[in-house]
Structures are given as structure tokens and as C-alpha cells.
Design a protein around this ligand. Structure first.
Ligand code: G6P
Length: 605
């Protein structure tokens, strides 16, 4: 949700660093982009509507030269349409800044500033924040006091990179509820929304904590608490490498990331499983004290929870409440000492998921975060954290991170089954053997070309339905979201028995209905449901495990997936659905890695 990068350094590398950084941060938003760069001792601002590439063209045309200081921003619009005026950097008086987050009380702050004589050209809360900082600086003439007071006045979330006109050799940064890192190279300092943005230049970084601010010059980094106390910091080394954030010959990051699934799922499962169940139990928190789970997330992370709920309730026989984070955070949930709240998030920064975690903590219950990004806010706030080992995910639509979430949650489900003695030794052995082979199994699915015919059928329609029962319905939800996100085809996921209660009226001649079936016990019911829509003209695409027999006259096209143990079946079943969406989006010529209106990391409500 908006990407920020800043540079100050003796090598006058600002232009290159900022533009490389913005390219890496585009997954956070790509409505517009802009930079503020030191040129001839003044701060020059250049902004452009659209992607970072259009800003690049503008910079070339303007003949902007290398510089020792600059800040830059790529935007996902919240306040005000995506146009040049609303794009960042913003400037008021002697202050220039870029902002990620939302200043919730900006209307009131704006009214106060107008009374002071300020006027605004944009519709953004960020320009108001800029005005607040300028006004406070006029009053205090002290940058520390100004930032501390501004922080106290802002409600909501922010990550800022700021330059003051009277101190053009220094960058200031401040954050709350939006991530910000400071990175180091000899006599060069960077500030960014995340590590990949500066990885080409350095892998040494530190994180700014909640409500801290930093003063950055080419020689020194000073980090202060809100009270103005300077603190020491630990320099971390990023585990990722530059190749991890490149396409490596694939047309899209999404395709590359799907192709990484066999490896990352296997690595995640083997890391936790080690030599068997006792290793698994020792690498997870002590789950034996919990009798009920709440599982919370947004988007695909929530659908991973939905798969887990189905699995854990049916297998381990313990109750799982599923909640969308943006709903949970405003509820008055019934939580007891025996409840474990599990929050799931790829980025570890999703605002609603973070707020849900905080609400759980306020209710004094234990929390476990399943997170992909090491050191992210959610990872740091939860009592326990278990990382998925998906590596950096760049495509906006998640694939490999979702798969590793399902994989890790399945292991958690297995642990509960062991604790509650709902799984036999023989089945555990079977599962472990399958996990040992999962890389192979998934590689076969990923490299299969069965999806192209089905993709052609789907791409011709503007309405699609997914149907399934139980855990297959949970998979339908994720499959449907994936299709909507990247191909812009309207799609709905329904429990197979429910479609006839109204929505079936939308089925017309040819409407694709995609049925997912991985369970023998519901096969006959699913066949009846497919017949119901077939009789009304639907084209049926069935995605079924290899052990299930479906008569040829029922479907128009079948995609067969390997049969797995029920603890692992969801992992193998989702891969073809991701590839199917990818193929449809390719046929429709969509912007697969950066679909319209979306952003990968949603740090606002
Ligand atoms: C955004 C992304 C989704 C993602 C959701 C949750 O909406 O577009 O792909 O599932 O956020 O993100 P998280 O980082 O918390 O998993």
C-alpha cells in the first residue's frame, strides 16, 4: 500500500536508487509515482500519473541529473483519484514528504491549517500531514520537537520520508502502523518500505519501531523514540538475494512463483516436520492447552484459514471460528483462556489483521501468527510466530505464499489430531511419506498443460461459478478470488448445494461452472449438482482427484489432479486453479502481476 524509498549518500546515486527502489515497490501500488530530488541546492519535485515507467520517461525528458539526496513514492490511491496532483511527494512551506498510510483526522487538521492561511492543491491526507509538519516547524524551529508533536497530532497510520528546505543534506523518517526500514552501505543511507527495494545496493538494514523517527545523513543514522531518546540499533543482514526478486526468464512473477511452489511448500513442511511428529510438536507452540481456535486473515490468507477450519474441525474435532480481519477487529469476540487466536498474513503488515491481533492481545488470549515476512509488524506483535518459507512474493495475486500457509496450517491441523488422538500411527506414516515426496508431486502438477483448453472456455465469458463442498468449497473461494483478481472476470464461489437457492438464475447457455471434487464421500452429490447446472446450459469444467470417476457426459472438460492424503489434498488441488486463472488472464491480455485497483500489502483499513 504505497511504496516509499529515500537516499542520502556521498556517491550521488539518488536517481538510480530511487527509480530501482520504486520498480521493486510497485507491487504496493502503481496508480502514480513521483520523486523529490536535490538539484542545484533546491528540492525539485517530478510526478507522473500511472506506473513508474511513465515517471522514468518524464525524468529523462527533464534531464534530471544524479544527486546526493532524494525521496520517492509509488501510490495506491486512498484519498483522491490517481492523478498527478494527488501523487507524492507533497510540499507545504519548507517541507517536502512522501507518505504511506492514512491520517484519519486529516479533515480536522486541514480545517485548522486553512485558518492559519494554508491552502491545498490535492485531495490527499498526505498534503495535510505535510502542512502540519511545516506549521509545527515554523513554531518550534526544532525538527525533533516538530516530529514528536506531529506524531502526537496524527491519528491513523503513517510511514514518512521527509526533507526540510533548511537541511537539504538530511533525510527524516517516521512511522506508525506502516513499515519502514533504514539500510546501510558505506557513506550511503537508504530508507524504504521494505528490504527488496534496496537489495540491489545493500542487504544491511534495521527496522524502525512503532512511533520512532530517524535522522539520516550520509555519515550517520540516529534513531529516536517518540520521547526523543536516542537508541542503539542492531544491523540485520537480509536473507534474500537479488535473484529472489527477479523474473528469471518467466513472463510474469506470478508464473515464476507458481513454479516455485513445489520447492517452497516442501521446504516449509520439512522445516517444521523435521524427523517426524515429535520434531513438529517441538517446533510449534504447545497446542495441547487450547480447546478452540479463532483463525483470522484477509483475502487469500483468510481463505487459507477456511481450508484449515474445514480440515481441523473434521479431523481433529476441535472448534474453529473463522473471521475476516476487518470484521473481527470491531467485534466483541468471545475468547477464553482455552482459545488460541491464529492470524495469517503473507506480508505481516495488513492493517486489519494487525488490529485483530491487537484486539486478541487486549483480551489476554494467546496469539500465533503465520507470517511470510520475517520481522514484520504482525510477526513481532504475536506471542508466537511460525514463518512460512515462501521467500519474497512479488506478484500482487498471491500463489506460493498461500500454498505455504495451507501447508503450515495443515501441519498445525495434524498436530491437533495427534494431541486429540484422532489420527493413527499408520496414517501419520503415510502423511510423512507423502510430504517427503510433495516436491515431486507438485512439480508434476505445475508442469502439466491441462489448463489451456479450460482457460479458452472460461475466457469467452464474463460470468463464472465455482462449486464445491466442504474443503473443496474453501478452495473454490480462493480459486474464484484468483480469477477475479487477475482476469477481471466476474466469478462467484458457491457451496455446490446452495447454487440452486437463487444464484442458478444467472446460469445461461455456456456459462462456465467449475466443479472441484477431491472427496469420494460427496462425489454423488456433486454429480447431481453438476447435472442441475448442465441441464440449464452450463459448460462444466471438473477438477477432480484421479481416484474419482465422473462420467464423460457430465462435463465438458476435466482436469485431473493427483490423489493425496486428506491432510495434503488442498495443497495439490489449488495449483491447477492458480494456473487456470493465469492462463485466462494471459488469453485476455491482462496485466497479470499488477492487476488494476489492487495492491499487495494493504496497510490501510
Ligand atoms: C491483499 C492482496 C491479497 C492478500 C491480502 C492479505 O488484498 O491483494 O492477495 O491475500 O491482501 O494480505 P496478507 O499480506 O495479509 O496475506
Amino acid at each position: 500500500m504505497c511504496g516509499i524509498v529515500g537516499y542520502v549518500g556521498k556517491n550521488k546515486n539518488a536517481m538510480k536508487v530511487l527509480m530501482d527502489g520504486l520498480q521493486c515497490l510497485e507491487y504496493r501500488g502503481y496508480d502514480s509515482a513521483g520523486i523529490a530530488i536535490l538539484q542545484n541546492e533546491t528540492i525539485e519535485i517530478i510526478k507522473s500519473k500511472g506506473k513508474v515507467s511513465s515517471l522514468s520517461h518524464k525524468l529523462k525528458a527533464k534531464g534530471i541529473v544524479e544527486s546526493e539526496l532524494g525521496i520517492a513514492h509509488t501510490r495506491w490511491a486512498t484519498h483522491g483519484i490517481p492523478n498527478e496532483i494527488n501523487s507524492h511527494p507533497h510540499r507545504q512551506g519548507s517541507v517536502t514528504l512522501v507518505h504511506n498510510g492514512i491520517i484519519e483526522n486529516y479533515t480536522q487538521l486541514k480545517a485548522d491549517l486553512v485558518l492559519q492561511g494554508y491552502s491545498f492543491t490535492s485531495d490527499t491526507d498526505s498534503e495535510v500531514a505535510c502542512g502540519v509538519i511545516d506549521s509545527l516547524y515554523k513554531q518550534y524551529r526544532d525538527k525533533h520537537k516538530t516530529l514528536q508533536q506531529a506524531n502526537a497530532m496524527f491519528r491513523g497510520s503513517f510511514a514518512f520520508a521527509i526533507v526540510f528546505d533548511d537541511d537539504i543534506k538530511t533525510l527524516y523518517a517516521m512511522r506508525r502502523n506502516s513499515p519502514l526500514i533504514v539500510a546501510f552501505k558505506e557513506d550511503e543511507i537508504y530508507v524504504a518500505s521494505d528490504v527488496p527495494a534496496i537489495l540491489k545496493y545493500t542487504n544491511k538494514y534495521t527496522l524502525l519501531e512503532q512511533d520512532e523517527y530517524a535522522v539520516l545523513t550520509k555519515h550517520e543514522v540516529e534513531i529516536y523514540s517518540l520521547q526523543g531518546t536516542r537508541r542503539e540499533y542492531e544491523i540485520k543482514t537480509a536473507a534474500m538475494e537479488v535473484v529472489d526478486i527477479q523474473k528469471e526468464g518467466f513472463d510474469h512473477f506470478m508464473l515464476k512463483e507458481i513454479h516455485e511452489e513445489p520447492k517452497v511448500v516442501s521446504e516449509t513442511m520439512r522445516f517444521y516436520l523435521g524427523d517426524g511428529i515429535s520434531d513438529l510438536m517441538s517446533r510449534l507452540p504447545d497446542l495441547s492447552i487450547y480447546k478452540e481456535l479463532y483463525m483470522i486473515g484477509c483475502g487469500s490468507a483468510m481463505y487459507a484459514c477456511m481450508v484449515a477450519k474445514s480440515l481441523i474441525e473434521s479431523k481433529a474435532r476441535i472448534k474453529v471460528e473463522l473471521e475476516v480481519a476487518s470484521e473481527f477487529r470491531y467485534k466483541n469476540p468471545i475468547l477464553t483462556k482455552e482459545t488460541l487466536v491464529i492470524v495469517v498474513s503473507q506480508s505481516g503488515e495488513t492493517a486489519d489483521t494487525l488490529a485483530s491481533l491487537q484486539l486478541a492481545k487486549e483480551n489476554n488470549v494467546d496469539t500465533l501468527a503465520i507470517v511470510n515476512v520475517v520481522g514484520s509488524s504482525i510477526a513481532r506483535e504475536a506471542k508466537y510466530v511460525c514463518y512460512t518459507l515462501a521467500g519474497p512474493e512479488i506478484a500482487v495475486a498471491t500463489t506460493k505464499a498461500y500454498c505455504t500457509q495451507v501447508a503450515l496450517l495443515s501441519l498445525i491441523g495434524l498436530s491437533f489430531s495427534v494431541i486429540y488422538q484422532k489420527v493413527s500411527k499408520k496414517e501419520i506414516e503415510e502423511i510423512i511419506n507423502e510430504i517427503k515426496n510433495i516436491e515431486n508431486t507438485l512439480s508434476n502438477v505445475v508442469n502439466d498443460g491441462q489448463y489451456e483448453v479450460a482457460a479458452k472456455i472460461i475466457s469467452k465469458f464474463s460470468n463464472v461459478f465455482f462449486i464445491g463442498r466442504g474443503i473443496d468449497y474453501a478452495l473454490c473461494m480462493e480459486a474464484s478470488l484468483k480469477l477475479k483478481e487477475i482476469s477481471y472476470i466476474h466469478s462467484e464461489a458457491y457451496p455446490a448445494g446452495e447454487l440452486k437457492h437463487g444464484t442458478i438464475s444467472l446460469v445461461e447457455k455456456g456459462t462456465p461452472v467449475i466443479a472441484i471434487i477431491t472427496q469420494q464421500n460427496i462425489l454423488e452429490k456433486m454429480i447431481s449438482n453438476m447435472k442441475e447446472v448442465k441441464a440449464r446450459g452450463a459448460s462444466i469444467i471438473v477438477i477432480a482427484s484421479e481416484d474419482l470417476e465422473v462420467d464423460l457426459d457430465i462435463f465438458d472438460y476435466r482436469i485431473t489432479i493427483p490423489k493425496s492424503n486428506s491432510y495434503l489434498q488442498a495443497i495439490t488441488a489449488i495449483v491447477p486453479l492458480q494456473l487456470l486463472s493465469y492462463q485466462v488472464a494471459m488469453l485476455k491480455g491482462c496485466d497479470i502481476d499488477q492487476p488494476r485497483n489492487l495492491a499487495k500489502s494493504v496497510t490501510v483499513e
